[in-house]
Design a protein around this ligand. Structure first.
Ligand code: 13P
Ligand code: SF4
Length: 311
């Protein structure tokens, strides 16, 4: 067996990350669901849309993406001249694998003339088949932009798709994908939390089931949740229906509000794979590089840029 050096820990580890970051001219992007220790060293912490925009506009040589694979892949598409690193190679969003490019090509054949919208939680190959990409922050706007006379194919998240197309009269085909974390939250959980905290507002992510979203007072992307709490009066109590990491982010923004998890089951194990030591290793060894074949990237970029123009 080979033994390496013992990695630094605590303050030493944070200092080492800072030193390597300067040496590599790197920027650390962190999703809202990451562990607090990782959020604390991030140059930018945000939702999928905010982080995509950042990746596209950064002045750096290296982007360390603390999130899951599709997020780093989107950054690699938007910043082809930069090295994009995902600290834990296995950190992936299971929903992103629920619709393959081949399946999207088949559904397009079955629905000729339809407009294909793919949620950003998808692979680059799937985005390359789409007319529009969207995130949970702008999906409603993108759907509104598409004329009612057009049929929409929405993939892979059936729940986000159902939420943002509810008012639409035209035809909508929803791909049967789902987030295995948000789908665990039920109306029963919300009712029980409301019974215990009758004065609290319920805020959920639109990846939750439609009946859960309909029960909520606020339905928002993780970035939208941050914006909403900034507007609330001190002391407001909120029942939070999304990945539990979000509560630390909200607490940092508004420590004077009270946050109650709608369920203690809402943990995304992929988002929780990244620890500080992985960020340090990523910068030290320049791993794991995320790249997208140029032809796929060029096609996927069209649907992502169309999204960025709308929102
Ligand atoms: P946001 O774009 O709202 O941050 O959501 C990403 C995600 O994976 C939610 O599960
Ligand atoms: Fe994917 Fe759900 Fe995890 Fe978000 S919370 S990364 S949608 S599995």
């Amino acid at each position: 067996m080979e033994y390496g050096h013992i990695p630094p820990s605590g303050e030493e580890l944070v200092k080492e990350i800072e030193r390597l970051k300067k040496e590599r001219n790197a920027v650390i992007l962190v999703h809202n669901y990451q562990f607090e220790e990782v959020q604390a060293i991030g140059d930018f912490v945000g939702d999928s849309l905010e982080l995509s925009r950042k990746a596209a506009s950064l002045d750096a040589d290296v982007i360390v993406f603390c999130g899951v694979h599709f997020m780093a892949e989107t950054a690699a598409i938007l910043a082809p001249d930069k090295t994009v690193l995902l600290p834990v190679a296995a950190a992936d969003c299971p929903m992103a694998r629920m619709a393959t490019a081949q399946e999207i090509r088949r559904i397009k054949e079955e629905h000729p003339g339809s407009v294909v919208v793919t949620y950003v939680n998808s692979t680059a190959e799937t985005k390359a088949e789409a007319d529009y990409c969207c995130t949970s922050a702008n999906a409603a706007k993108i759907v509104q932009k598409i004329g009612e006379d057009k049929e929409i194919v929405f993939a892979p998240d059936q729940h986000l798709g159902e939420w943002v197309t509810q008012a639409r009269r035209g035809n909508v085909t929803l791909w049967p994908g789902y987030c295995p974390v948000h789908v665990r939250l039920t109306v029963d959980d919300i009712e029980k939390a409301r019974e215990r905290h009758p004065d609290a507002l319920v805020m959920v992510h639109p990846e939750c089931r439609l009946d859960v979203c309909q029960e909520a007072d606020i339905v928002a992307s993780t970035g939208g949740m941050v914006r909403r709490v900034k507007e609330l009066p001190a002391g407001t109590r909120l029942i939070i229906g999304t990945e539990l990491g979000m509560i630390s982010r909200l607490r940092r923004e508004r420590p004077d509000l009270e946050y109650i998890p709608a369920s203690n089951d809402l943990v995304c194990t992929d988002m929780k794979m990244t620890r500080l030591v992985n960020v340090w290793e990523a910068l030290r060894d320049m791993k794991h590089r995320i790249t997208v074949p140029p032809e796929t990237a060029a096609r996927a970029r069209l649907s992502i840029e169309r999204m960025l123009e709308v929102s």
